[in-house]
Ligand binder design. Structure first.
Ligand SMILES: Cc1cc2nc3c(=O)[nH]c(=O)nc-3n(C[C@H](O)[C@H](O)[C@H](O)COP(=O)(O)OP(=O)(O)OC[C@H]3O[C@@H](n4cnc5c(N)ncnc54)[C@H](O)[C@@H]3O)c2cc1C
Length: 418
């Protein structure tokens, strides 16, 4: 693999990281993702599933802690390095890239708490884990609240009429949690811990949430059946049920005062950035497949690529990849470097990059003709995986509500770089 990177200041370390991540994506992720994709959700979770080999190898290489700071045992990658690696992982498999990210999200989220005891108890052992045995997931979506949970800026968000499915009540030194998170929780079936958003103060509506860490072996926690779905089938998803689950008070590391604006916005800004980067990788994977096929397939007496109309289509695919990379990288560098991320930019990156990645996946199928629809070629999987990105981490049209910032008194926004 080699492609021109429009950055003349990449260091030798950056380039090595990219090469190593690409090798992992090609040799480990691609074949395992395809196997998982063709299995039933239950088979994909069985003891002899190749899923476990993926987790073990990813952890061995430290990809679960790449963005964790060195002080807690992470690799301390720069935002640019995180972008470089995540793009390769997205190229390898969008679903497995998500699985790996949700595995670290609770332990990364705990860094927001500033609570050293919790960081020592959970984050440090997670970073030290090199066999994939500690795995997180992130549960915000509920059966009755999908887009609602992402609706900050909308009137309903702070309405006391919004009652969440998962409630937490303080009893002495413990929080008692009851309710259900939706079947969409990525990695729930394989997770050992969840970073969970329960409602604490209904008088504040969806802004009355907290964020806590819950070890999933606690009494009262049960998991639903793995979800069967069209795309990202290599990513397991399932419900989480909480029946009088008790956690120590300090495990609720964010309470409503610091939720929104605050930790909620920072988490969403980060997850959307990841979505935009993996989409860049998937858009590139689709481009690669289409280009290779167009060079081989002969119609009209010459390879497809030699037809002007085809060259224009391939050029447009290439342009989408470059657009995705430029936008996602700019937002990653910016939003992971400033104290308070500008969430509208993360939303722009997520919506544009997922849309362009879907367009590329769609066009790749079309360029391969009938072959593009068959399991013999990667394009049909890329197409299904890309379709899910338009909904995942917030429906794109709903995220466009971030456009509400234009009405705010603080627009145009500015930042003091100190
Ligand atoms: C692959 C995948 C991975 C995911 N991973 C996770 C995860 O790890 N953790 C987690 O908690 N969740 C996860 N989700 C859930 C995801 O965040 C939700 O699916 C998403 O927010 C949309 O919610 P919903 O599916 O309930 O759709 P709904 O919110 O019910 O939306 C249905 C339709 O109504 C529209 N709509 C909704 N609200 C409004 C409104 N106010 N005004 C106008 N139109 C509206 C939407 O645009 C959409 O077209 C994942 C989803 C997918 C697909």
């Amino acid at each position: 693999m080699s492609y021109l990177d429009l950055n003349l200041s990449l260091t030798e370390e950056d380039i090595q990281l990219r090469e190593a991540a690409h090798k992992f994506a090609k040799e480990v992720m691609r074949p395992i993702a395809r196997e998982l994709d063709l299995m039933s959700p239950e088979e994909a979770l069985a003891e002899d599933s190749p899923l476990w080999e993926f987790m073990r190898k990813a952890y061995e290489l430290g990809y679960h802690k790449i963005i964790m700071p060195e002080e807690v045992g992470g690799l301390g990658a720069t935002p640019l390095q995180a972008h470089i690696v995540f793009e390769e992982l997205g190229w390898g498999s969008f679903g497995l890239a998500v699985l790996l990210a949700v595995a670290f999200l609770p332990f990364y989220g705990l860094l927001l708490s500033g609570n050293q005891e919790l960081i020592e108890k959970f984050t440090v052992p997670f970073c030290a884990c090199d066999d994939g045995s500690i795995r997180g997931c992130w549960a915000i979506t509920e059966p009755d609240h999908g887009s609602d949970a992402f609706g900050h800026g909308e009137e309903f968000f702070e309405s006391p009429s919004m009652r969440a499915n998962v409630q937490a009540q303080l009893e002495g030194d413990e929080w008692v949690i009851n309710g259900q998170k939706a079947a969409w929780v990525s990695g729930a079936c394989t997770a050992t811990h969840v970073m969970m958003h329960p409602q604490i103060d209904q008088s504040r509506g969806m802004a009355g949430f907290g964020i806590c860490i819950v070890p999933l072996d606690l009494e009262g926690v049960t998991k639903g059946k793995p979800l069967k779905k069209v795309g990202q089938r290599d990513l397991n998803q399932g419900e989480l049920f909480f029946d009088n689950v008790r956690i120590p008070k300090e495990y609720m590391f964010i309470e409503p005062e610091a939720y929104h604006p605050g930790a909620f916005d920072r988490i969403l800004a980060a997850t959307k950035i990841c979505m935009s980067i993996w989409s860049t990788g998937l858009a590139r994977a689709a481009y690669d497949e289409a280009l290779e096929y167009a060079k081989e397939r002969v119609q009209g007496g010459k390879p497809l690529i030699e037809h002007y109309a085809m060259r224009e289509r391939i050029f447009n695919m290439f342009a989408r990849v470059e657009t995705c990379r430029a936008l996602s990288r700019a937002v990653t560098n910016f939003n992971l470097s400033v104290p308070t991320p500008f969430s509208e930019y993360s939303a722009v990156a997520k919506t544009i990059c997922t849309q362009k990645c879907f367009e590329n996946a769609h066009e790749a199928v079309q360029i391969l003709g009938g072959n593009g629809l068959t399991e013999e070629y990667l394009t049909e999987k890329l197409f299904r995986d890309a379709r899910a990105t338009l909904i995942e981490d917030g429906n794109n049209e709903v995220l466009a509500r971030e456009g509400g910032f234009i009405l705010s008194e603080t627009y145009p926004r500015s930042i003091s770089m100190g």
